[in-house]
Design a protein around this ligand. Structure first.
Ligand code: HEC
Ligand code: HEC
Length: 528
């Protein structure tokens, strides 16, 4: 179908007043016969409030699984994965340049990567993303080609290798992420309230849910001093303008703490990985990527795929019936606490004030994503027993999240020589020395669901969790020393405890299951 026919369809839709009209489909007289697309009919704006929650989630899953084709807007001939125009418009990203494993588009579907142990989860190392590779039009290993024709790169270092042009990150999953986003919103709100109450010349401790983010200060002239703020991504600390306060927004997504909401991540990912562009990011009726298609993803579509991810069940625990293993899991959980792993991997954080009512959009969404007031709010009760099981429950007005994180960024590396360090820092302005200085700060990895989302480490280079634990240094040096000082049985017990943290089978109803996936009551000493 041509661009013109698609646009014509849009105008036709606006005039027709019928909400249930096929979108971006062949014109009257044309048929579906021979058409190869993943989504024959897109959800129209407004329908996201009318369809049942079950149907909305099912449709969101369908978008997540969709194998996008060039007949519905897959590919981005004139746009990079960052959303910026390609540097070299003479060489559009069309066949055979329509896929590139490093700079993208790199896959047909979201679930092509997010599929361990099932759709919505993490991924095999084969599915790593070369994060920041998308700043190139079409990455190659020929440095001169990249500089002159591929991307007019401002910044490639001396050796262009896969290890130096991008950060190889492993695919992590979204189970329980609706709760995570809501908790991040609550921490953000707390920190901003504290910030706003800080008078000129004063200082305030940034404390939320028992987590300390250091101290924020204001000079007598009203300007802000963030030198003692800790654990917050640079993107949320940088100056917005003279005397403007730092946003202090907690960004729970990307292991480098860069993205605010599932919605923002999805809008990025659809463009980056598939060349599918959301109206809310690229405009209505706009063919930003020059592929002949407009309106590739409606607002309702993005809401559906976001709600699908937000309602994925939280991970649980797999507790073997074997009494020796069970004893080790319980001992390991206790030792994990005792040696200070919980200083960062906090066992239970409270979501209160009805924070379990997930509301789209996130009030802190950046431009280019649906924002408060752009559309009626869409809400979902994340504790609703009709959602995919198992569910966390609220007790006395609080839902506790056994996610094992503190939502903070930490440097647990041993400095520039650490092989775990990344070549580029995506939390710094691209092309600057700070960007090329590399990155060793990551959000404390949520350990719920860790054991069945191999492999491990932000890079996925560890095949065992033990290697990850032994790789902790820097800010985590003391707990690593404490781990090494434990008796062998206690070290092994901690590993058994980690092994119990799993995404449960889709048939599970309880947050604890036995080794064969059968629901069990969580034994004493095992949370949740
Ligand atoms: C090529 C593999 C790949 C594809 C395709 C892919 N992802 Fe991801 N996804 C990843 C990787 C790798 C990460 C971790 C990135 C990081 O930590 O920097 C990730 C992270 C995420 C996260 C954040 C998880 C977190 O807790 O930080 C979300 C949300 C997400 N992806 C959604 C999507 C959606 C929606 C799609 C489809 C439009 C998609 N992804 C397609 C590999 C992929
Ligand atoms: C100072 C904070 C801190 C402490 C203390 C800490 N961790 Fe971590 N942990 C992190 C961060 C940050 C990551 C993510 C590191 C990365 O991806 O490179 C992480 C990652 C992990 C992972 C890897 C998961 C994965 O695939 O990336 C495991 C397992 C883990 N920690 C276990 C432990 C254990 C066991 C202890 C106690 C011995 C511990 N941690 C102490 C901050 C901490």
């Amino acid at each position: 179908m041509t661009k013109r026919s698609c646009m014509w369809t849009v105008k036709f839709l606006l005039l027709s007043l019928s909400p249930i009209t096929f979108f971006c489909t062949p014109l009257a007289g044309q048929t579906e016969i021979g058409r190869e697309v993943a989504i024959r009919r897109h959800l129209q704006d407004g329908e996201e409030y009318k369809v049942s929650l079950k149907d909305l989630i099912e449709y969101g899953r369908k978008l997540f699984n969709a194998m996008w084709t060039s007949q519905e807007g897959a590919g981005r001939p004139l746009t990079k994965g960052t959303g910026a125009p390609v540097a070299d418009t003479r060489n559009p990203l069309v066949f055979p340049r329509n896929f590139n494993r490093v700079s993208g588009p790199d896959t047909n579907s979201c679930s092509g990567c997010h599929n361990k142990p099932y759709v919505g989860g993490g991924g095999d190392i084969a599915n790593n993303v070369f994060v920041l590779g998308q700043r190139f039009d079409f990455a190659t290993f020929n440095q001169s080609a990249m500089v002159s024709t591929e991307a007019a790169v401002d910044e490639v270092g001396n050796s262009t290798t896969l290890q130096t042009i991008a950060d190889s990150r492993k695919t992590i999953g979204m189970f329980g992420s609706g709760f995570i986003e809501m908790l991040a919103r609550q921490i953000t709100a707390d920190l901003r309230t504290i910030r706003d109450a800080t008078p000129a010349g004063g200082s305030s401790a940034l404390l939320s849910k028992g987590i300390s983010f250091g101290t924020i200060s204001r000079k007598a002239d009203g300007s802000w001093d963030i030198s003692r703020v800790v654990g917050i991504a640079w993107l949320s600390l940088r100056s917005q303008g003279p005397n403007d306060p730092p946003t202090l927004i907690i960004r729970p997504f990307h292991q480098s703490g860069s993205v605010i909401s599932l919605r923002e991540f999805s809008n990025n990912a659809f463009n980056h990985h598939h060349g599918i562009q959301a109206e809310e990011r690229f405009g209505v009726g706009v063919d930003a990527d020059g592929d002949g298609y407009v309106n590739e993803l409606t607002r309702a579509d993005v809401s559906a795929v976001t709600i699908f991810q937000a309602t994925l069940p939280p991970p649980g625990r797999v507790i073997d019936a074997d009494s020796e293993i069970r004893a080790a899991v319980i001992n390991g959980e206790e030792k994990f606490r005792k040696i200070g792993c919980v200083d960062c991997h906090i066992e239970n954080l409270p979501l209160d004030n009805r924070g379990w009512i997930y509301a789209e959009p996130n009030p802190y969404n950046p431009r280019g994503n649906l924002r408060l007031g752009d559309a009626p709010t869409l809400t979902v009760d994340l504790t609703d027993p009709n959602l995919p099981a198992p569910r966390l429950r609220q007790v006395n007005g609080v839902v506790f999240l056994p996610s094992y994180t503190d939502f903070k960024m930490h440097d647990i590396k041993i400095g520039p020589a650490d092989p775990n360090r990344e070549p580029l820092d995506m939390n710094q302005p691209p092309g600057t020395p700070a960007f090329f200085a590399g990155n060793s700060k990551f959000i404390t990895r949520r350990l719920w669901g860790i054991a069945n989302q191999h492999s491990f480490g932000h890079h996925g280079l560890y095949t065992t969790m033990r290697e990850s634990v032994l790789g902790h240094a820097g800010e985590a040096a003391a707990s690593n020393d404490a781990f090494r000082a434990l008796a062998k049985y206690d070290q092994d017990s901690i590993i058994e405890f980690l092994k119990s943290l799993q995404i449960l089978a889709s048939s599970a109803h309880s947050l604890c299951a036995d080794q064969d996936g059968r629901d069990i009551e969580c034994p004493p000493g095992v949370q949740p």
